[in-house]
Design a protein around this ligand. Structure first.
Ligand code: ATP
Ligand code: MG
Length: 229
């Protein structure tokens, strides 16, 4: 099963509800290969739910979602995992080495790829300072790292799987100014040449996007460049 290297994402009249109450309504959105789209909207608008449909945590109840001309439901999970990379608001870490937390114990990811990704995102700067570098063990949920360091590992993890479509749920947890700059640099590095959908909380991210869509009550109520909105 193969997808185009740079697949187009098409959502047509997508509807979704967790229970009775509709959460996404008649949502249509096309993202062209290489395009970077920022999604903004108030809490509860359905932004994170949209992400959960795109990585197939849930299936839409109405409408279609296609990636590279294929219905999302027909794409094998293994292919989907390699094509759609999600950087969640909070990075999930487990007790294991830093390397394992980056490659998720996927045997097809060579050590060299982990190192390269960690260099590209800048995570290597703090990893190299640890006594055992990439082989340093994390405690449960990465409790021995700062929140900025955890985010850098989450970004490095996405990088190593080289996804064509990147979905970022921008973190809202506060980090100091230096970490903030490191994280922004890492995200910029990760987004180069990729199609991206960013749930944006920061003005800089919104300004940097090709297009901004505004969600409210499960619908797209506006779209355009940040100048026109
Ligand atoms: P935020 O900006 O706070 O992250 P959001 O736009 O990401 O908000 P969603 O998390 O998509 O919003 O939630 C949209 C709606 O769906 C909310 O009303 C929320 O309570 C509801 N919801 C989210 N997850 C579930 C769930 N697992 N079960 C039931 N309802 C849910
Ligand atoms: Mg959310």
């Amino acid at each position: 099963f193969t997808l185009p290297a740079r697949p187009r994402l098409v959502m047509q009249e997508v509807g979704f509800a967790y229970g009775e109450q509709p959460i996404l309504k008649n949502l249509s959105l096309t993202v062209e290969p290489g395009e970077q789209v920022a999604v903004v909207g108030p809490t509860g608008a359905g932004k994170s739910t949209l992400i959960k449909l795109l990585n197939r945590t849930y299936e839409p109840q109405q409408g279609i979602i296609q990636l590279g001309g294929q219905d999302l439901q027909n794409i094998p999970m293994a292919t989907l995992r390699r094509t759609v990379g999600v950087v969640p608001q909070e990075t999930f870490l487990f007790s294991g080495t830093i390397a394992e937390n980056i490659h998720l114990r996927d045997p097809s990811i060579p050590q060299a790829a982990v190192e390269e990704a960690a260099h590209k995102t800048g995570a290597m700067a703090f990893i190299a300072d640890l006594p055992e570098g990439l082989n340093t063990r994390l405690t449960e949920r990465g409790g021995n790292l700062s929140s900025g360091q955890r985010q850098l590992l989450g970004i490095t993890r996405a990088f190593v799987f080289n996804p064509a479509l990147l979905i970022l749920d921008e973190a809202t947890s506060s980090v100091d100014t230096i970490s903030e700059r490191l994280i922004q640099n890492a995200l910029q590095e990760l987004m180069v040449g990729r199609t991206a959908i960013v749930i944006a909380h920061r003005l800089n991210t919104i300004i940097g996007a090709d297009r901004v869509i505004v969600m409210h009550g499960g619908e797209i109520i506006q779209g355009g460049s940040h100048q026109t909105l």
